[in-house]
Structures are given as structure tokens and as C-alpha cells.
Unconditional design. Structure first.
Lengths: 445, 445
């Protein structure tokens, strides 16, 4: 009997826990789920005979160490900053570990010891990072195998509301951590285009969008992610002339969000003064020059150069930023104030379902001919527990865990799923869960 | 015989050291000047019989402690981050201290001990902060004394090239630390206007300028400083509806500089890739979208929305940002690259003189009448040693030191020069050095 310890039972763990419980009898697994909230951990177990829920506190070193000692493999779904605490103990105690998060420097530093002890520390096996790595590497390896030379790779992912439930003018609802959406992009975005390094500061980011359409779910716009350059190494594309990764939103989102960026409403570095009695209208006015002649609406339009009759202005009005509604916070940064408003307006309704959309575009030359492969994925949530986000983050984690415990994945050390012997079986099984990439090849020129 | 220890003999110390040496015989002072460079310290002494130069290393704790022990009063002109090392030892050893820098939290924490030991730690007694405090408090106290109520206080200072030597299209040359100019304003600017808090993000800062003219030296524009709000407490103006502090440049500078802000060329957070062989033209191009149809010039104009025939574009071209000149750095941030270029273009010529301009504007109501006092200062450099910056930073430090050692200033503890018994005698003597404010009062309405 193999003991799998899952740390963190939040939204992103639901589908993963269900998968592991569903496969626990055939594989002879015991699934122990620890969370700050015993209640949440218990709910995820659903009285399964192989499941066990415990209250878990990552800061309790004794508990942390005991639980890891008593397991064979640990899946950490904790906030990413805690993974290294778990990883250090795993390596010390000879336990394997799986996470859906980026490899931190602390975790990378454990590689040699993990290899010498024949331990796997598999990271970045969620959706982004995770499914993006695997699906991109599959196509990249195929192009290279047939002798093609990659000229450009563009890849973007977005978590959005599913089209049938998309009923607000931003065509966006929070399907994931709202804070990350509000402060997204506040470091320079770096990519390479036709061999030229390109840098996009925050104040340009939401204007530098590219339009694209994905399968049958319509039009999107993509804004560049912070770091595209490091993916050249990750994907073995050191000499590729064009590489750009981005985040997907619906068309018009960028122009609307850019207004908040331009006025400074996403700043998370200082607390707003006099907040106790402030309204949203006064909040917006605090970013605009003093002028008693014009309304706040008119001042905003003049300040950021938008038409009062524009769709962008309709989107802003719909959010209620010009309303005399009290904010109701006593101490907050502009970003926190904006987040509070958006959490009300961009909340999923009880019946709403979410969607993950991902699209890769590979341009390559083969036998003197320029070709393009587009590889697209759309995953819709089943319900508000098994959301598209929960499925796409959790199912790859669970599948990889199973494949490793069953000896199909044999890698050791600190890795991400860019090797064929990892991505191939994981992608294959993901198809059973509706995570299927649709590839299309066209000739260019 | 009183022993004055001066730490740091750079440009800003020249006029201060000269003043103290000039007054050393009548006051029976010994002036010991320490600098990283013995050569620089020696030059500043000019073989004066009461002067002594030493090589001084602030990181050498033993030397630091010995030198402070052997003095009566220490003037620290070191970089501001080192003051607290000196201050801690001064308080421990019962020595007084004077600096031209902002009071840090570490120095503020020494207040009670300094008071109990009857020590003076006088800070912010240069030009900005320093002369601005003293000259503003003089007028504020006068308005309050006659029963006036202050409605608005705006204050701005700039270090620029003197008009006779102002011969480039930016009407600007470096007269002080170039790095501070390049990274200026990268935190949100906060002020209050008609009782409303106002926040200006970096990407708007150089568009939010106000025009003004000062005495006979012409037109300026002012952009808001980072923190105006804290001056309400400093100046005893807790309830003033409008308070704004800013930095002066010549008209058009803001529009030009804003181009660098908009494209991200002042970013100091990452190193530019592929810098070894990069030209300035390529550097600018790295911020612009890829597009083979248009020139870098055209792309820049389109990107930031300026006319190719505009004065802003002339200013940018004059800097050589479109030239195929190699940058010649191997590792640098965008801000460091821009600084290198500007240090060549905005250098003072051998005969050039600098200028400090400062203007306060006080609106107040007295007996139901609205009035405005404008208080203006222009100081020109004498030569490239006794620059306006060196005079206005150093002479107040020197005068205050003399007045304290002679018992005219009796304050103790950690203070800034906002008390009448400090600012009054200092301002009076500053007039002998050409630091004279011109006041003008007008009726409003």
C-alpha cells in the first residue's frame, strides 16, 4: 500500500483528489489530505474508504515532518512560497514530491541530492505551467524530428468564464485568484521577435495586445507575459528568433483595464488616505487632476484619452466606478480597493461554468517551405467544484503521480514535464478527461 | 579650540569647507576633513593652517569611532545611507552632528538619547531639504502671526544650468547626481488639492506639469514630488487644503522625458540582453513593436503619439538616441544605458555655471480677503567648484554649525530647521551669500 500525502485541499485540488481516490483501489493507495481547514479536507474526501482528512498547518514543523515521514509521495498544493519547506523535508526523508508550481531556486538546489537518493521532485505539472509545457514540447519535438527549423513560437493561456455564461461587458469573471488578476503584469514583459529583444513596460502592456481566434469559442486578445525569454532554455529553443508567451482575455478587456493602469488604480505599494468614508467615485477622482468644471467621468475621459461614448467607457460605468457607493474598507491600497469592487462585479454566478483556453502557434521551415501549426485547447468546467481550472491544474498532477508510482515515469531529480517519456503518457491520458489539443497545419507564404 | 570633523569632501562640501576654514581663526576651530580620496580632501583644505585632510573609510569601524571620539561636532556629507552609522557613534560618544539629508528612521530613533545627553543632531539643513524648510516656515509663521489662514502652499525647486550657458534643446544639464535625475519619480506622487488627496503614477508624472515663471530667469514647469503629504506635519499645516511640492525643469522637458517613461527606457530593474554589441538605436528599438516597414523614428512617434516634426522629437534626435553609435556597456539596465548617453549630452562645459531656482506660493485669507505671497530664490554658481548646488547645500550647513557652536542655536535632539530660533539667524546670514528670497504679495479674487 502506497501512502500519498496531499497538502492543501483548496479549489485547485478538487479534481486531483477525486482522481486519486477513484484510482486508489486498483492501485492500492491511501490518500491523506491535509488542509488548514479540516472541514474542507473532509469534504474533498467524500467518505471514500481510502481517504483520510486531517487539519494541517504548514508552520507546525513537527506535524509537517511527521506527516511527510509517514508518506511515500507528497503532493504540495500549498501556496508556492511554502513548497520549499515541504521539498527540503521530502528529500531529507527520501520521499517523492509533485507540485503544479514553478521551480523555485530553493527547490532547484535540491536536484543533486534528489538524484543521488533516486527521488522525483516533479514541478510545473498543472495547466500553466504544465499542460502548456507538455503540449508545446510534443509539437516542438515532432517538428524537430522531421527536420523542421522553428522560426516562431507563440503561446497563450487564459482562464475565463465559459461562453454560455459570459454576460457582462468585460466578458470576464474571476475563475481564479482575483489578486493575481489585479496586479498582473507589474514587471516588464520580455520577449524576442524576429531576433530582436523586446521590452514592454507595465504602462504599455494592455495596449500591446494581439488578436486571435480559438476553435469554436471565438475571439481573444493576448497580452505578453512577464518572462518569455527563459522558455527558450526550458523548451530547447535557444536560437529561435521569435518567442512570445501571453495571457488571453476577450477583445476590449485590455483597453478597459489599461484605464486602471494609466490612472494608477492597480498600484499596490501605498495605502489610500482618508479611506474610511470614501466612495468609489472619490477613489477614481483621487487619480484625476483637481477641476471643479468637469464631472469625474469627463475628467477621466480627458485624462486617458477615451471617448465618453466608447465601449471602454461603458465597461467602466458598468463596474460602478463612478457610483457614490462607500468602499467600506478602512486601510487598503488602490489595488485592494479595485479588487473589492471587481470581486462583486466579476463573481461567477451559482450556475456559471468556467473555461480554460490555450493556443500555441509554431512557425517552422521544412524543405524550404514555411508552415504553421496551431495547437488549441478549450476545457470547460463541469460545475463549481470541478471547474476547468481545477481539472486542468489537478488532473495532470494526479496522472503524473499515478504514472510515476506505477513505474511508467522513471525520471528522477528536480524536473519539469518537458521530456517525452513524461509528457507523452500524461497527454495521452489527459485526452480521456477532455483535455484534447486540436492541431491545424497551414502553409505560409 | 573646537574640533569639527567633516566626513565626505565631494562637490557638495566645497563651499561649506571654505566657509568653515574662513571662519576658523575667529572661532578657534580645527577643521578635519575625511574622504575616501585623500587627494580630494587635501584640495578642499587649500593648505589652510586650521585644516587637516585624512583618508577616511566609513566602513572602517575603528577609524570611524576614533575620528568621532576626537571631535566636538561631526558634519556628515557622506551618502545618506551611511549617516546613521555616524549618528549612532556621535550619540554614544556625546558628539553633535549636522547633515543636509532627510531624517531617517534610524536617526529619528536617537532623539530621546540625544536630548538626554544635550546633543544636537541637526538634519535637512542643505537646500532641498533645508533652505526650502527655512524660507517656507518664515512666511508661514508670518502669515499665522498676523492671523491669516493658509489655503494653499506650493513649493518647487530645481537645479539647472544658468541661463547664459543654457544652449541645448532640453534646457537642462546635469548639475548634480545624474542617476537621481534618470530614476526620478518612480514611486507614486501624493499631494492634496482643495482638500482632495491626489495620486500621480509614474506614467502620468511628466504630463502633470504646472507652468510658472520665476523672477528674471524665465519660464519653468514643475512636476510633483513623491511625497507632499508628509510636509503638512513638518510645516504645522495639518489642515491645509492644498499642498504640493515639485521639481523644476524648463518647459518642454517633461514632454520629452515622458517619452522615455512611456517606452520603459528609465527602468532600473533588469539588465538588457545582448548589450555587448548594441547601439543606441537598437536600444530604443527594443521598446518598440517589431515592424520592418517603418523606421525606428516613425515607430517611436506612432507608439507614444508624437509628431515627427515636434519639438519633443527634435529634443530626442539631439540626444542621439537614433544613432548607430555603440553603447559600449556590457551589463546595464535601461536606466543605466540612458544615463550613459545623457552624461555625454547633458554635461556641463568647462565654463558653464549652474543655477538653483526655488519658488514658494502661499495662498491665504486674512480679514476675508484672499491673498497670495510668492517667495522666490535664484542662486547662480560662482564657478565649477563653488556651484550654486555646493553653495546652497553647504553654506546653510556651515552657518548652522557656527551658530550652534557659538550658542546662538540652542536646540537639542534630532531636529530639522523649522523652528524660528534656527531658521531666522541662518536665513539672515545666508543673505550675505546671495541667498535672498524675493517676496511679492498680491490680492486674489
Amino acid at each position: 500500500m502506497k501512502k500519498i500525502l496531499i497538502l492543501g485541499a483548496g479549489l485547485s485540488s478538487s479534481s486531483m483528489i477525486k482522481y486519486l481516490l477513484d484510482h486508489s483501489n486498483e492501485n492500492n493507495w491511501k490518500i491523506r489530505v491535509g488542509d488548514m481547514s479540516l472541514d474542507i479536507a473532509t469534504k474533498k474526501i467524500e467518505n471514500h474508504e481510502n481517504g483520510e482528512a486531517i487539519k494541517f498547518d504548514v508552520f507546525n514543523e513537527q506535524q509537517r515532518n511527521e506527516e511527510i515521514e509517514n508518506s511515500d509521495l507528497v503532493i504540495s498544493m500549498l501556496p508556492a512560497r511554502f513548497h520549499h519547506l515541504v521539498a527540503a523535508k521530502c528529500v531529507k526523508s527520501g520521499k517523492h514530491m509533485v507540485t503544479a508550481s514553478y521551480v523555485s531556486d530553493e527547490i532547484q538546489a535540491l536536484h543533486d541530492e534528489a538524484v543521488s537518493k533516486e527521488l522525483l521532485l516533479l514541478n510545473e505539472i498543472g495547466v500553466d505551467p504544465g499542460i502548456d509545457h507538455m503540449s508545446a514540447m510534443k509539437v516542438i519535438d515532432e517538428i524537430k524530428a522531421k527536420g523542421g527549423e522553428l522560426l516562431a513560437f507563440k503561446s497563450s493561456t487564459g482562464g475565463l468564464v465559459a461562453p454560455e455564461f459570459d454576460n457582462n461587458p468585460w466578458n470576464y469573471k474571476f475563475t481564479w485568484n482575483p489578486r493575481n488578476v489585479v496586479v498582473a503584469g507589474q514587471s516588464v514583459a520580455q520577449y524576442i521577435d524576429h531576433g530582436k529583444y523586446k521590452y514592454v513596460p507595465y504602462n504599455q502592456l494592455f495596449k500591446r495586445t494581439e488578436r486571435m481566434s480559438i476553435l469554436d469559442v471565438g475571439e481573444f486578445e493576448m497580452y505578453p507575459n512577464r518572462d518569455s525569454l527563459s522558455y527558450r532554455k526550458t523548451y530547447g529553443l535557444e536560437d529561435i528568433p521569435t518567442l512570445l508567451r501571453g495571457t488571453l482575455r476577450r477583445p476590449g478587456y485590455g483597453a478597459g483595464w489599461n484605464v486602471f493602469v494609466q490612472i494608477g488604480a492597480t498600484d499596490d505599494t501605498y495605502n489610500v488616505a482618508g479611506l474610511e468614508s470614501m466612495t468609489y467615485r472619490e477613489f477614481i477622482n483621487s487619480f484625476l487632476p483637481y477641476n471643479v468644471k468637469d464631472s469625474v467621468e469627463q475628467k477621466l475621459c480627458d485624462y486617458v484619452g477615451i471617448d465618453p461614448e466608447s465601449e471602454t467607457m461603458s465597461r467602466l460605468k458598468w463596474l460602478g466606478i463612478f457610483d457614490d457607493t462607500k468602499i467600506g474598507l478602512s486601510e487598503a491600497t488602490p489595488a485592494q480597493i479595485l479588487q473589492k469592487l471587481l470581486e462583486e462585479k466579476w463573481a461567477l454566478d451559482a450556475e456559471d461554468k468556467d473555461m480554460i483556453a490555450m493556443q500555441h502557434q509554431f512557425d517552422y521551415v521544412l524543405d524550404g517551405k514555411n508552415k504553421r501549426i496551431t495547437s488549441s485547447l478549450v476545457v470547460r468546467g463541469k460545475d463549481q467544484v470541478h471547474t476547468a481550472m481545477s481539472i486542468t491544474v489537478g488532473i495532470p498532477v494526479a496522472i503524473a503521480t499515478k504514472l510515476f508510482l506505477n513505474g511508467v515515469i522513471k525520471q528522477k531529480g528536480v524536473i519539469v514535464p518537458t521530456m517525452k517519456d513524461v509528457y507523452e503518457p500524461v497527454l495521452k491520458e489527459l485526452e480521456e478527461y477532455g483535455i484534447v489539443f486540436i492541431e491545424k497545419e497551414t502553409d505560409l507564404d
